[in-house]
Design a protein around this ligand. Structure first.
Ligand SMILES: NC(=O)CC[C@H](N)C(=O)O
Length: 317
């Protein structure tokens, strides 16, 4: 008789520590591949040979391997958290100023903005995150405090804060971001002072967190918008579903198709080498390895997530 199909969501089936251990070994054999981001000078100094991976199940069990507790620059991963704050602030009105389509272009591209009249394609490219930052600046009395409070609360780590060196480095070298913000302002899709929007944007990018912090910070996305530990609602079920959808289609920039093909999870990458991912109704996870592929996603982080979904059957497809 044929065995009934196994339910991949039944975590007791998986030996998670063994799976993470195998992935860690495989990844370490490939150290050296990829290049660290050097367009932000302070990021160029991060050693390549690091790999960490952490996952948090819905009941709060944490599994971690390698350098999962070493803090790194979260960069664009923060776009998930600011999108959540922006949606909490203005709800669906956010979509009057922002699209929800993959851009198919690099994360810092200016090209579509001219034809599309300053409406960024999605919240996960730099232009889109700047519009979200503008919404947050208009809505919260203390926007920086609100962001830090959210990150510390969601991760459970009161020490989450700004890496001053990265922040300064990006402020000094962010010519492309200055151009993007001014260009959007010229279409009246930024309301606040451009420098204030950029400072907030650089702050969110310069936050230092580790894989465990980040996996915890996205637990509400795996749990229909609720914080599992406190039972408190972070966002509505509908918004959590939508944020996951945008992560799947836009979270890895012009590699989103390839990422769905190889990994099959909602995910958001950052040029610091982190990738945050969600298995809806099962777990949130984060990988980190600083060397990137040509699209700006962590090369070995992407490989680790690919191996993880293949070994566990936990892709959404
Ligand atoms: N993809 C990223 O992580 C980009 C974020 C980076 N701070 C930038 O603005 O260029």
């Amino acid at each position: 008789m044929r065995k009934p199909p196994q339910n991949p969501h039944d975590l007791s089936r998986h030996d998670l520590p063994d799976i993470l251990g195998t992935i860690d070994e495989e990844v370490r054999q490939r150290f050296g591949e990829g290049e660290v981001a050097d367009y932000i000078p302070a990021l160029a100094c991060v050693p390549k040979e690091r790999f960490g991976m952490a996952l948090v199940t819905l009941d709060g069990e944490v599994h971690a391997v390698g350098d999962a507790r070493e803090p790194f620059s979260i960069q664009s991963i923060s776009k998930v958290h600011t999108l959540t704050l922006g949606l909490e602030a203005v709800g669906d009105d956010l979509w009057k100023r922002l699209g929800r389509e993959p851009s198919g272009d690099p994360f810092n591209s200016l090209i579509q903005l001219e034809h599309e009249k300053g409406i960024p394609r999605n919240p996960f490219i730099n232009a889109g995150a700047m519009v979200v930052a503008d919404v947050i600046l208009s809505h919260y009395d203390q926007p920086e405090g609100a962001l830090l409070h959210f990150m510390r609360g969601r991760s459970g780590n009161p020490e989450v804060g700004r890496d001053d060196e990265i922040w300064e480095s990006e402020r000094r070298s962010g010519y492309r971001n200055v151009a993007l913000a001014n260009f959007i302002r010229s279409f009246d899709n930024i309301e606040n002072d451009v420098d204030a929007v950029l400072d907030f944007y650089y702050l969110q990018c310069a936050l230092r967190m580790n894989c465990v912090d980040l996996a915890r910070s996205a637990q509400f996305l795996a749990a229909d918008g609720r914080c599992q530990a406190s039972g408190k609602r972070v966002t509505s079920e509908e918004q959590a579903t939508r944020i996951n959808a945008i992560m799947l289609t836009c979270g890895t920039y012009d590699a989103a198709g390839d990422f769905a093909f190889h990994v099959g999870l909602p995910a958001k990458s950052g040029v610091g080498g982190g990738i945050l991912a969600v298995v809806p109704s099962v777990m949130s996870l984060c990988v980190w390895s600083p060397a990137l592929d040509e699209k700006g996603n962590s090369l070995l982080g992407g490989y680790a997530l690919h191996r993880f979904t293949r070994m566990t059957g936990l892709s959404v497809f």
